[in-house]
Design a protein around this ligand. Structure first.
Ligand code: TYD
Ligand code: MG
Length: 463
């Protein structure tokens, strides 16, 4: 008789069933069943089995742990190495997530090519593209190298076997959504398949000491589609972000067991693949020198890296009756809050006007320190007055219109000054010693640049 190899488990309450069920009979939730392998015994890694055979677990005295200092696979792609905290740790498992088309395959092709050039054996497994398509990219990126191998395969057991025989230092699987475990019945890309095949590949790679890089697609909502469940079984999660239409790409480590999290690397997408961007200021600030009306330079922090970014706002009369508030690169909820603060505490008239906010370079800012610059850009557009040159803003804005402190002001200000932006406007506290101008409230900042009277003036005229 055919022995069943998989079962379906409710991800909410753990109820088990031989078939997939739309609704769990136990907790009555819909669409919660995920396929899992039954053969648990064989799933333990060789190391675990050896340990079990050898009796009790062996602790290590902490003084012996000192010599374990981490050896790393340095690629020479400086931004990549930096985000990882110095390079890939041998035998570690990483997810590289990002929206389709952002450049994940390009990045990992370059990483493996750089490593192969330095004498590491690398395997690039493709489940999405044919080997020919990968070859085309390799040629384009000048990555045809004896140390770089390509495998076109989707069956994770077959991929695991190849890793076991070849024992490469680094294996890339592009992507985890395209691979499947042959013993599961659900289709590739389903949560059960992604979890089982990733689990299998990670176990095999750890046994071989191979570092595994799994490509994961991210949906528009920003989550790794399905493999959110993977984040805890890997050692690091990297996200590649950016707008397909703009050349700038941001690589962010949201989890890293072997290095700092929140570290950010900047790349530029070119004809020859991704290039390190070491001085991003020219990318992020449209016209250095004279700013246009509605533009403000924000002094933000991405990871531990201060960045100067131009924020643009446009306040326009609305004739349709339904006002539009559009935010690109910043959170729309945050912009709506700032509009409410401007109306309530600064008496600006934004009713009946459209407000558009845009961040240059295709960057997405999540930091609240961007509140003050966004509000200043809106005020500048509303009052039709440009902000002065060489001036940057940073600070969170509270609901009462107060400017609140943000992390690492001194680090930000130092970077702004290095780039010639010598007037920094930020929150109060420590400003005197560190050389920025502290403002208690948005209103004070607006007065400082004479943006308020003009804004109110418009209100009086009633447009
Ligand atoms: P890709 O790496 O395939 O994205 P992902 O794997 O995340 O889906 O590449 C995305 C885009 O990058 C694609 O539209 C082509 C472009 N591209 C370049 O501009 N330069 C290059 O050298 C390469 C290889 C790709
Ligand atoms: Mg791809």
């Amino acid at each position: 008789m055919h022995k069943q190899k998989s079962k379906f488990v409710c991800s909410q309450c753990g109820y088990e069933s031989a078939q997939w069920l739309g609704r769990c009979p136990m907790c009555e939730q819909f669409n919660t069943f995920v396929e899992e392998l039954i053969v648990r015994q064989d799933r333990r890694s060789e190391r675990e089995r050896a340990k079990a055979a050898g009796g009790g677990a062996q602790p290590i005295v902490s003084t012996d742990l000192k010599g374990f200092s981490m050896h790393r696979l340095v690629s020479g792609l400086s931004e990549w190495d930096r985000v990882l905290g110095g390079g890939i740790v041998p035998g570690s498992g990483l997810i590289v997530g990002g929206e389709p088309g952002v450049g994940k395959s390009t990045l990992l092709t370059q990483v493996t090519a750089h490593l192969a050039e330095r004498g590491f054996k690398c395997l690039f497994v493709t489940g999405e593209e044919s080997a020919e398509q990968v070859a085309l990219r390799l040629e384009r990126l000048g990555a045809i190298l004896p140390g770089l191998w390509v495998l076109e395969e989707r069956d994770c057991v077959a991929i695991g076997q190849c890793i076991g025989e070849m024992r490469p230092e680094v294996a890339v699987v592009d992507s985890i959504q395209s691979t499947y475990h042959p013993l599961l019945t659900s289709s590739a890309g389903s949560v059960g398949q992604v979890r089982e095949s990733a689990g299998h590949l990670i176990r095999v790679s750890k046994d071989q000491g191979t570092a595994l890089l799994l490509v994961g697609h991210v949906t528009k909502e920003g989550f790794l589609a399905g493999p959110k469940v993977l984040e805890h079984i890997v050692d690091g999660v990297l996200y590649l972000e950016g707008e397909e239409t703009a050349p700038l790409r941001l690589l962010r480590a949201t989890k890293n067991r072997f290095g700092p999290t929140g570290e950010v690397g900047l790349f530029q997408m070119t004809e020859q693949g991704l290039k390190d961007v070491l001085e991003p200021v020219d990318w992020l600030i449209g016209a250095r020198g004279s700013l246009r009306r509605g533009s403000a330079v924000a002094l933000i922090l991405e990871g531990r890296r201060p960045l100067l970014v131009e924020v643009q706002a446009l306040v326009a009369s609305n004739y349709s009756g339904v006002v539009r508030r559009v935010a690109t690169g910043v959170d729309l909820g945050r912009v709506l809050m700032l509009i409410a603060v401007l109306e309530r505490h600064l008496h600006c008239s934004l009713r009946g006007r459209d407000v558009y906010v845009n961040v240059a370079g295709g960057l997405r800012i999540r930091e609240p320190a961007c509140d003050l610059p966004v509000a200043m850009a809106i005020l500048s557009s509303l009052s039709d007055r440009p902000l002065p040159d060489h001036t940057v803003f940073f600070g969170e804005i509270g609901l009462a219109g107060e400017v609140r402190p943000v992390s690492q002001p001194a680090l930000r200000v130092k970077e702004a000054k290095r780039l010639g932006f010598d007037r920094c406007i930020g929150p109060e506290g420590g400003e005197r010693e560190r050389g920025w101008i502290g403002v208690p409230s948005l209103e004070k900042a607006a007065q400082m640049f004479r943006l308020l009277d003009a804004g109110r003036h418009l209100k009086k005229r009633g447009n």
